[in-house]
Design a protein around this ligand. Structure first.
Ligand SMILES: [Fe+2]
Ligand SMILES: [Fe+2]
Length: 476
């Protein structure tokens, strides 16, 4: 039994590391492609610098092609994907993504036996003949004539036109905090796996920046928690939980060092999940009893993992252990009365809300925020103390920042701030619900009245993925 458990853990560790490696090498491949595009705009075809860049790209692509029939990159809703894996976009990649967006290219596929020369020729075409890409058929014909037989392009079906702008804005502080937090968490996980010393100083500094930002303008970070992260669900979940916990902490007037400790503990709360095999973690169907037992191990595993991390506070361990200690269904089971640390209660509440409202494999559709709040209210006193829950609701509102609302005027409003009336936030009017009108950019409060009646009221919540509205760009 113990053997089986450690085998499973070894498997999970192996697949985690393999996936990180694949993310790295596919990202490198795209970066090299971007370097070739840049060099091709500066140097003639025969130039050694351009040649060297293309050869590097060719050999990297060949490496990736060893285990697959094609190397495919896609751009969707402002994100870059290699196959189905989301690749983090940094500043280096923003110009190539802009180039793709301008040409309406949503996907590029490299086939086996592609040569360095094909990359160079294609880069030349991309740089010089922008209009050629207006018609994909003629672009492919031209490519064939130029001997580019191993590259295919796809139209940007789902690409948001605003994406270029959104990616530019990605450099902005709020997104950086999100990305930095994910990366620093990943580093800790990797260090734990490789038995290396982890860099807690970096984690602390990321969280301190997060705390400063929340103290300054909590709404825009909460807005960012709406970003979906696909494959990297667990990491995104931990960062979102940290943002929500720190926001609740500021609402409760904790001081800065306390907020930082709370943020670090929240970021680490699910670290024990890294030991759960991904097939279980990502299983869409109901878990078997055996699998559920494995999942229930994660608080204990987490506390144990953290006990090996140098420079981490004891509090983070306590929170990892206690964050599912609520009510009758809480785990791990403890005999007798157990009073949880207040930070565990804050993080546990942020955790439950985040898990319910984020889209992930367990649910085809995420639970809208107002429903999630209702579920929490139904369980008040069991999963969280009524007073703490009330503070959370006051802080986040019934319709949290970043929620898309259907209004009774047939407009779509994006929640930007809370007002004193929890049912009537301040919204940015985006479009008519039938999509017939463009964003008006009008910021208005649902508290506003005319002739004694409310001008606008909420009639429902819209799933941003369904509406294909890139909510994130409004918070950058
Ligand atoms: Fe958990
Ligand atoms: Fe969690």
């Amino acid at each position: 039994m113990a053997d089986e458990q450690s085998n499973k853990q070894a498997e999970a560790k192996k697949s985690f590391l393999a996936k990180q490696k694949l993310i790295e090498s596919s990202k490198t491949s795209f970066q090299l492609f971007s370097a070739v595009l840049k060099s091709a705009s500066l140097y003639p075809e025969e130039h050694p610098i351009l040649r060297a860049a293309a050869e590097k790209l060719q050999s990297n692509t060949e490496e990736l092609l060893k285990d697959r029939n094609e190397v495919a990159f896609y751009l969707m809703g402002g994100e870059l994907f290699f196959e189905t894996i989301s690749i983090p976009i940094d500043q280096n990649l923003s110009s190539i993504i802009e180039q793709f967006t301008e040409r309406d290219i949503g996907g590029i596929v490299f086939k086996p036996e592609i040569t360095a020369m094909e990359f160079i020729r294609f880069a030349g075409m991309m740089n010089k003949e922008k209009d050629l890409f207006a018609e994909l058929i003629s672009a492919h014909e031209r490519m064939a004539k130029e001997g580019i037989a191993h590259i295919t392009l796809h139209r940007a079906i789902l690409v948001d036109k605003q994406m270029g702008g959104a990616i530019k804005a990605e450099r902005e502080k709020a997104s950086d905090i999100f990305t930095d937090a994910i990366n620093s968490l990943k580093e800790v996980v990797q260090a734990v796996y490789l038995n290396k010393a982890s860099n807690m100083r970096k984690v602390t500094s990321v969280i301190q920046t997060m705390v400063d930002y929340v103290l300054d303008d909590k709404d825009s970070l909460i807005g960012l928690t709406n970003i979906k992260m696909h494959d990297e669900y667990t990491f995104a979940h931990c960062v979102n939980t940290a943002i929500l916990a720190v926001s609740l902490g500021t609402y409760l007037s904790l001081d800065k060092p306390q907020l930082a400790a709370l943020g670090v503990a929240a970021l680490m709360h699910d670290i024990g999940k890294m030991n759960i095999p991904p097939e279980i973690l990502n299983k869409p169907d109901k878990l078997t009893e055996e699998e559920w037992k494995t999942v229930q191990q994660h608080p204990v595993e987490g506390a144990l993992l953290l006990s090996n991390v140098r420079d981490i506070s004891k509090l983070a361990m306590v929170v990892a252990f206690e964050h599912h200690q609520h009510g009758m269904n809480g785990y791990p089971a403890i005999e007798g009365e157990h009073k949880r640390h207040p930070f565990s209660q804050i993080i546990s509440l942020a955790d439950s809300y985040e898990a319910m409202t984020s889209s992930r494999v367990y649910y085809t559709n995420r639970i809208p925020p107002d429903k999630a709040i209702r579920i929490l209210l139904n369980n008040r006193g069991i999963t969280s103390s009524p007073a703490l829950l009330q503070s959370f609701i006051n802080m986040i509102g019934i319709f949290p920042v970043g929620t898309l609302l259907k209004l009774d005027t047939d407009e779509v409003g994006l929640v930007m701030h809370q007002t004193l009336d929890l049912m009537r936030p301040r919204v940015l009017i985006l479009t008519k619900f039938d999509g017939s009108e463009k964003e008006t950019g009008e910021l208005t409060s649902l508290v506003e009245t005319t002739g004694g009646k409310y001008k606008r009221s909420v009639s429902g919540i819209i799933d941003p993925n369904m509406a294909k509205i890139d909510v994130k760009r409004y918070f950058d």
